[in-house]
Design a protein around this ligand. Sequence first.
Ligand SMILES: [Zn+2]
Length: 121
Amino acid sequence: MTYFCPGCWKIIPADVKICPSCGCDLAAAEVRSYPERLIVALHHPVPETRTLAAEILGELRYRPAIGPLLARAREELQERPPDIQFLAALLRSARDCGAPAHEWQALLAQSNSRLLRKLVQ
Ligand SMILES: [Zn+2]
């Protein structure tokens, strides 16, 4: 089993209490609520994991996730190439959490991917 630091997402040994890379207090990170941990997981290094985190936040209709979802979508749009499946999950979830249409549609318009448009609809 591989453990990732919830602060910096580097691989860490299973038995440490403080991340050797960023100093994150792993015990304190454990007590975060489930949706808060999902928001942190939007930066998970494994694409399937971060996509799943975005999808679950959308299903939960977790309104406080709107800002982090849109911010993460903005970051992903800077990647060359962006992960289209992940971007679609971020924008759908922002919409499902109640983000104003103009906000997530503006990000959708920044990508010229037809697949992304299709996945978000
Ligand atoms: Zn760390």
